[in-house]
Design a protein around this ligand. Structure first.
Ligand code: MN
Length: 197
């Protein structure tokens, strides 16, 4: 089964503006992360990490914080295609996730989860429910942790996103408020939505 099957099932390829390709990753390139602000039925920030040929994804209703004391709910969503990291625009009405999207932050990242002092693979960390990464973005830098919550329901896939308490931590920054613009086009999500009306 293709890792993108769920992605494709949720979308109408003839009416969404979202990428539908299944481009493979280039060998030897550092993996990327992207955070997209998405003004859908409820606004959220989609946090995505490239793992091989897909973007592992979480929807974060309050967005990422730079304050290590703040834990932000991050709901796991379906794997997205690599080309999604370049997607900015408006998903038309009557489509899954209808609303405007901007590339809020983007860059390379390192996966650095360890177990008993040894580095483990992303898939092992994902299975264990604790993923540690270091982001090299334009807005966000340094460590972040994704920690899976133990849900009551078998299908709960709720995680917490939290800043690692490192040199890049800053309780006062609030970048989702003070730096709302796209790192690619400089537009806010409201501007994208008005332009596409
Ligand atoms: Mn979204």
């Amino acid at each position: 089964m293709s890792k993108l099957q769920k992605y494709r099932e949720k979308r109408k390829s003839d009416s969404t503006t979202e990428p539908m390709s299944d481009r493979k990753a280039e060998d030897g390139k550092e993996p990327i992360f992207v955070i997209q602000e998405h003004d859908a039925s409820t606004r959220h920030w989609d946090f995505r990490l490239q793992v091989d040929d897909v973007l592992k994804s979480w929807a974060v209703p309050k967005g990422p914080s730079t304050d290590p004391r703040e834990k932000r709910l991050a709901v796991r969503t379906e794997d997205h295609p690599l080309d999604y990291a370049d997607f900015e625009g408006t998903i038309p009405e009557d489509n899954y996730g209808a609303g405007s999207v901007i590339i809020w932050d983007r860059g390379s990242y390192e996966h650095r989860t360890e177990k008993d002092g040894e580095k483990i693979s992303f898939d092992e960390a994902d299975e264990k429910g604790h993923i540690s990464v270091t982001l090299h973005g334009e807005k966000l830098q340094g460590g972040y942790e994704l920690i899976k919550m133990k849900g009551e329901r078998w299908d709960d896939d709720q995680w917490l996103l939290k800043k690692t308490d490192d040199d890049e931590a800053d309780a006062r920054r609030r970048p989702t408020n003070t730096q709302p613009e796209s790192v690619v086009t400089g537009r806010t999500v409201e501007e994208v939505s008005q332009e596409d009306e």
